[in-house]
Write a protein that binds this ligand. Structure first.
Ligand SMILES: NC(=O)c1ccc[n+]([C@@H]2O[C@H](COP(=O)([O-])OP(=O)(O)OC[C@H]3O[C@@H](n4cnc5c(N)ncnc54)[C@H](OP(=O)(O)O)[C@@H]3O)[C@@H](O)[C@H]2O)c1
Length: 311
């Protein structure tokens, strides 16, 4: 698997990484066997950076990963988790919780350090807390060697810029999700700022939480009916040309040289094997042009997330 550097961290990430929210049954029920096989398949195929969070399955993803990674040498993979988001309504970015959260995550994941540690979905809280209280606690954990690279994730572009205004000299990386896909490429607006500071860019959700697949959409998906309709039309067009829309979506997301890695999720080893096969194939440029034309009327149409003032 091709690799790219994560900003100035000295960490090289595979261009496609394994996202473990699916292991926390965020999209559908999963069995322990699916978890074990998915984790092993992803690592065997070179997706050796795994992204998780205590939020995914309210602890289930980290616990499952702890089981799935048992017996695999720790230096053969890179591990990232997050803190601060614990349910749909429970957020806690206080310094005390920062320390406790990482302590618990390390125990669940059966390791003594994280390669990447992110503040999870900061748009749900009043932002000054992030630079006044949370950042110093995060930097302390980095000093202690519990995390090699630190940063944050969120969805609204306004939140990215506001938080960066205050902490861009102190963080190593950030994660944006569903923002570099066939339907939304707004991550590119942030990339020059990140590159200027040497901050590593992590993209997540190449399928925009199943929107760009033929799988049934999760109930919690917030995209508009217009966006969903455009995605259905695009999927049909791809199908007519003998290509799974998920293939084009994955190839497109992973192709951007300014994004260190793209984190994709699945609890199905067969789908994970398809990703590796697709990445090794050239992207159908003509199909891409036609799909982009279909998405043009709803391009970069997103949704609100978190506190209204952070959008
Ligand atoms: N705020 C944040 O920090 C944040 C937000 C979003 C995502 N992330 C990270 O990014 C990762 C990926 O995002 P995501 O899981 O939300 O979305 P995603 O990767 O865009 O989509 C995952 C879903 O797509 C399905 N899928 C995958 N390959 C498929 C294929 N070939 N055909 C049909 N369906 C397919 C999977 O179902 P199966 O299990 O059935 O394959 C899964 O339900 C997460 O796991 C997480 O680590 C972080």
């Amino acid at each position: 698997m091709k690799k790219r550097p994560l900003g100035k961290t000295g960490i090289d990430l595979p261009i496609l990484s394994f996202g473990a929210s699916s292991l926390g049954a965020e999209f559908r029920d999963v069995s322990l066997d699916e978890v074990m096989q998915s984790t092993k398949t992803a690592l065997d195929l070179g997706m050796n950076f795994i992204d998780t969070s205590p939020f995914y399955g309210r602890g289930m993803s980290e616990i499952m990963l702890g089981l799935g990674l048992k017996g695999i040498p720790r230096d053969s993979y890179l591990l990232g988790t997050k803190l601060g988001r614990y349910s749909d309504v429970h957020f806690d970015f206080s310094p005390k919780r920062v320390e406790e959260s990482v302590h618990i995550s390390l125990q669940r994941l059966k390791t003594d350090h994280l390669d990447v540690l992110l503040l999870h979905d900061v748009e749900f809280v009043s932002l000054p807390q992030i630079w006044e209280e949370t950042l110093p606690a995060l930097l302390k954990l980095k000093e202690q060697g519990k995390a090699r690279a630190i940063g944050f994730s969120c969805y609204p572009m306004k939140t990215f810029n506001t938080v960066l205004d205050h902490i861009e000299d102190d963080i190593d990386c950030l994660l944006a999700y569903n923002r570099y896909t066939l339907q939304n490429d707004t991550f590119t607006e942030l990339l020059p700022r990140l590159e200027a500071k040497g901050i590593g860019a992590i993209g997540a959700g190449p399928f925009s939480a199943r929107l760009l697949t033929n799988a049934p959409l999760p109930d919690w998906l917030k995209e508009s009916e217009e966006v969903k309709a455009a995605a259905r039309t695009a999927a049909k067009l791809c199908d007519d040309r003998g290509i799974d829309i998920a293939q084009l979506a994955l190839q497109y997301a992973c192709a951007h040289e300014g994004i260190a890695t793209t984190v994709a999720g699945s609890a199905n080893p067969k789908n994970i094997k398809k990703w590796a096969k697709w990445l090794a194939e050239p992207m159908d440029q003509e199909l891409l042009t036609d799909v982009q034309a279909l998405f043009a009327p709803v391009m970069n149409t997103g949704h609100l997330e978190g506190l209204p003032e952070n959008n």
